[in-house]
Design a protein around this ligand. Structure first.
Ligand SMILES: *Cc1c(COP(=O)(O)O)cnc(C)c1O
Length: 355
């Protein structure tokens, strides 16, 4: 493409980023490269250091988020690698409604004196910035899972950088289609690739993206020595899923917003929570019994944890002991997929309490 060409749009880059150069007879996409070891004196050397199928995925996600991407075996491996940047006994400011695995990890690190978590309400920007004083890292997750609260990322980054704290953002729910934290000055982005990026409920993977070369080298070092490397096949599948991220998420988001309007008018739904974008909707029913009746009453929706797949799933979050006690017992998180919106609504309606 000519140098003067204007930058390609996001949807185009989702399809083209990280693909091999055009050449006669070359595969259009990087195949699954199964190798534990490579010929010496090149760039790869050993399967724990690098893999061409990871690299294709990393180039693509790095392009979409605007930084250098390092892929991991799971979202939690990526979360752990970023928390490893915190010096011993350093303070981490984190939302009280962070993903349950992140909360559990921080508590476990705290129990052995590795970090000192300070829990905040991430919607209270002034409180988050005040807590950042003396902290090594501000951890953000926006929207939060499943409370669906939003952080003012740019304002928090501004305040945190003024006191020399790193800012990491778990961008799993928004995806780079809807939110790019590095553009707001964040130092690190974390993904559970398992969810929207891969999008088909068939693999686990994680990723860290950063615009800072030193942080990228440290995160890569943690992956190499920690050993939480993705498999080549899963990296291949994740990239294949990511090629269709814009069409999947735009469609799911449109359906979520249609369902939201109907749920808001339903007498059996006490409260709806929706951050204004994305395809996750949380609804609050009268109590745990009503929520369980919905989860067990649906036929098209699938009762399942996790989210971001082509199929619509739902879950009463407080069935997990690790879920925050401030999440209502009757809260059901809906992950809206790609089925017909009317079919999804008919199924919800027959299973929802009448009032
Ligand atoms: C699922 C999830 C994770 C953890 O990812 P895994 O791939 O399950 O290890 C982290 N953050 C958020 C917001 C998630 O939804």
């Amino acid at each position: 493409m000519a140098e003067s060409a204007r930058p390609l749009h996001f949807t185009t880059r989702a399809v083209t980023a990280g693909r091999p150069a055009a050449a006669p007879d070359a595969p259009l996409n990087t195949p699954v490269v199964l190798a534990s070891t490579y010929g010496s004196f090149g760039e790869l050397e050993y399967g724990r250091y690098a893999n061409p199928s990871w690299s294709a995925f990393e180039t693509a996600l790095g392009d979409l988020e605007g930084g250098t991407c390092i892929a991991f075996a799971s979202g939690m491996a990526a979360v752990s690698a970023v928390l490893d940047l915190v010096p011993t006994a350093g303070t981490v400011v984190a939302p009280r409604h962070s993903y349950t695995g992140t909360v559990a990890r921080l508590r476990e690190l705290e129990a052995r004196g590795a970090v000192r978590p300070v829990w905040v309400d991430l919607t209270d920007t002034a409180a988050v910035v005040a807590a950042a004083r003396g902290a090594s890292m501000v951890w953000l997750e926006s929207p939060t899972n499943p409370a669906l609260e939003l952080a003012d990322i740019a304002a928090i980054v501004h305040g945190a950088h003024a006191v020399d704290a790193l800012v990491a953002v778990d961008n799993t729910f928004a995806t780079p289609l809807l939110q790019r934290p590095l553009e707001h000055g964040a130092d690190l982005v974390v993904h559970s690739v398992t969810k929207y990026l891969a999008g088909h409920s068939d693999l686990l993977m994680g990723a860290v993206v950063t615009g800072d070369a030193d942080l990228a080298a440290r995160i890569t070092g943690t992956r190499t020595l920690g050993g939480a490397v993705p498999s080549a096949f899963e990296a291949f599948l994740a990239l294949r899923g990511m090629r269709t991220l814009p069409v999947r998420l735009e469609r799911a988001q449109a359906t979520a917003q249609r369902l939201l309007r109907r749920l808001e008018g339903h007498g059996g739904v006490a409260e709806t929570r929706y951050p204004g974008f994305g395809a996750i909707v949380s609804i609050v029913l009268a109590d745990a019994e009503a929520a369980d009746a919905l989860v067990h009453g649906v036929r098209l929706w699938r009762a399942a944890t996790s989210l971001g797949g082509v199929e619509s799933t739902l879950e009463r979050r407080r069935r997990w002991a690790g879920e925050a006690p401030t999440i209502p017992e009757g809260l059901v998180r809906l992950s809206v997929g790609l089925e017909d919106p009317d079919d999804l609504w008919d199924d919800l309606q027959q299973a929802l309490p009448t009032r």
